[in-house]
Design a protein. Structure first.
Length: 76
């Protein structure tokens, strides 16, 4: 519904933006542990980050999505 969207905070500048206008970007985070036994355990998770339009344009997220679409890969 219009006007009822939840506001999210931009991770770059802190601006409050409606979620449908914010640009979402999933950043991979990798955790690795070395137990000195030769076993290296790695965890990978994706953190969803929200950016306002101006910060997303400044960081080049729009260009990255355009390049990925041209290559035919799926993006979020």
């Amino acid at each position: 519904m219009r006007g009822r969207e939840i506001s999210v905070t931009c991770d770059s500048c802190g601006r409050k933006v409606p979620r449908n206008k914010a640009c979402t970007f999933e950043k991979p985070i990798t955790f690795s542990t070395d137990l000195h036994t030769g076993n290296d355990i790695r965890f990978r998770e994706f953190r969803k980050q929200y950016y306002c339009i101006s910060c997303a344009k400044h960081r080049g997220i729009f260009e990255k999505k355009r390049e990925m679409a041209a290559r035919g890969k799926k993006f979020y």
